[in-house]
Design a protein around this ligand. Sequence first.
Ligand code: PEP
Length: 256
Amino acid sequence: PAVRKPLIAGNWKMNLNHLEGIALVQKIAFTLPEKYYAHVEVAVIPPFTDLRSVQTLLDGDKLSLVLGAQDLSPKDSGAFTGDISGSMLAKLGVHYVLIGHSERREIHGESDALLAQKVAAAYRHGLTPLLCVGEGLEVREAGNQVQHSVDQLLAALADVTPEQAASLVLAYEPVWAIGTGRVATPADAQEVCSALRAALAERFGSEIAGATRILYGGSVKSGNVSEIVDQDDVDGALVGGAALDATEFATLAANA
Ligand code: PEP
């Protein structure tokens, strides 16, 4: 996919305090020389408490790594104890924000309607949603992975305009492949990613759909990333476990 620059995004989940996060980013920067960023965009997605420290490091050293956050509130401010707003994230130089990661959908019961509000909140504050969709094992075994993932996509994008959709990033993450070591085959990834692109084309037109990056996520490692991103409709990877080791993550990005 020559027009779409691959994106490798490392989701740290609830791992690494701010000192460990700084150490990881420094190591990634040493291991992945600047010349690579012409070919691949690389993002780190630390916990909220690390964002300021990582941002200071990225800014101070003029590093090309892009900063993301793992979630945001659908609200802008107010009596929402424990929540973090899009404007707070934007102030910290955050570019991407994960929305609808399966761990948020499952553990926190986040609904499609809530995710649509989070997508709107991200756009209100100039953040780029990295919207995650994907089926669980039962849906996969029933053969309904395409319909399920497309339904999640269209529900979360219910209120999105074409202008907004132009900057969207998607991630197809089959739940049975996340953190399990059970990676989808390249053909599995391509099947759903191409269906997501077709759904985007129907909703927003083929130009926007053709320019949208669709990532695969689920047990991606340095050793399997290239065959996955070789697929026509797969434009990078959302990486969990392998994002916590600098050498592994930098090698993964270099192999994308
Ligand atoms: C993820 O959390 O988005 C993910 C893909 O995790 P892992 O790479 O560990 O499967």
